[in-house]
Design a protein. Structure first.
Length: 308
């Protein structure tokens, strides 16, 4: 089987390595973003070394649906194209360029949570269970038949980084068997039941603003959902953006007489902020442009006229 891989993130690297190790497969090329467009993915991975080790040409494209990309794909004449870790929608011509089909990966229990930003949404929705899914790409949104799926529990204190790592481990474990099945024409396809389909929408930087009037648990969940490898939850202080990288809810009975969003105490491992339910968020890791600690009694949050 001749394959092409299209991707630019960690799941793309894992797929590349699995394809390189699979004897029934010939990896004809790896399509990825040029370095100057790496910012499209906060979790961008340079695939050049892995492609070189696999003996596969590395082709950089900004638009996989372009005439230039189509010409390269047509010359390779792949049986399958693996689109794993690529944010652009697959156009009709691109989808038709593989003789047997396109295979995708989705870090969610399809048909639940089709769409975008599903790792943050899994945490924000407080989902107790997730799954990694390999599927045939069709004209819909993550709606094609499932080729492989692995379920696992989501921890109550799960972060974007730990959930991301779980999905990468599941992909690495699941893909070799799916590759063998597809190459031998023994793939077990499970059609998705549309009755259970749900959708996750794209998340933008402004969706990660911490609203200190919310309960501490909700603010802490936002921090966990938006952290590395994503840009992070954030707040403002006197026009400066403060990224909150790690925090946990705590009881705060001694600071009932404090303003919501106020830094009420500095501790050896961070600082305490009062939330809307009277509890606090203990911030233990944060990032700012200026040097130095945040001042005690300062009030965090967007104010009228503040710059985002």
């Amino acid at each position: 089987m001749r394959a092409i891989l299209v991707g630019a993130v960690e799941s793309s690297r894992i797929a590349l390595q699995c394809l390189a190790r699979s004897s029934p497969w010939d990896l004809g090329a790896v399509f990825t973003l040029p370095p100057e467009l790496a910012a499209r993915h906060s979790d961008f991975v340079d695939l050049s070394a892995d492609a070189r080790a696999a003996g596969a040409p590395l082709i950089t494209v900004s638009n996989i649906n372009s005439d230039a990309a189509f010409a390269e794909i047509k010359a390779i004449d792949p049986d399958y194209i693996f689109v794993i870790g690529w944010s652009q929608i697959c156009g009709a011509r691109f989808m038709a360029s593989a003789r047997l089909g396109l295979i995708g990966f989705h870090p969610a229990p399809l048909p639940r949570l089709r769409g975008r930003a599903v790792i943050p949404w899994t945490i924000l929705l407080d989902e107790p269970i997730s799954a990694s899914s390999l599927f045939l790409i069709d004209e819909g949104v993550d709606s094609g038949p499932i080729l492989g799926q692995r379920y696992f529990h989501v921890a109550p204190d799960e972060t974007a980084a730990t959930l991301y790592a779980k999905h990468m481990a599941m992909l690495d474990d699941m893909l070799p068997g799916v590759l063998d099945d597809v190459a031998q024409c023994k793939a077990r396809m499970q059609f998705q039941d549309e009755r259970y389909a749900t959708y996750a929408t794209r998340r933008r930087p402004e969706d990660a603003v911490i609203d200190w009037s919310e309960p501490a648990d909700k603010a802490g969940r936002l921090v966990r959902a938006c952290g590395a490898p994503y840009p992070g939850a954030w707040t403002m202080l006197d026009g400066e953006r403060i990224v909150i990288e790690e925090a946990r809810p705590v009881c705060l009975p001694q600071y009932r007489a404090a303003t919501t969003g106020q830094i009420v105490e500095r501790q050896t491992d961070g600082f305490l902020v009062k939330c809307g339910d009277g509890r606090g968020l203990l911030v233990t890791r944060w990032r700012r442009a200026r040097e130095g600690p945040l001042p005690v009694h300062a009030i965090l949050g967007l104010r009228a006229g503040a710059k985002q």
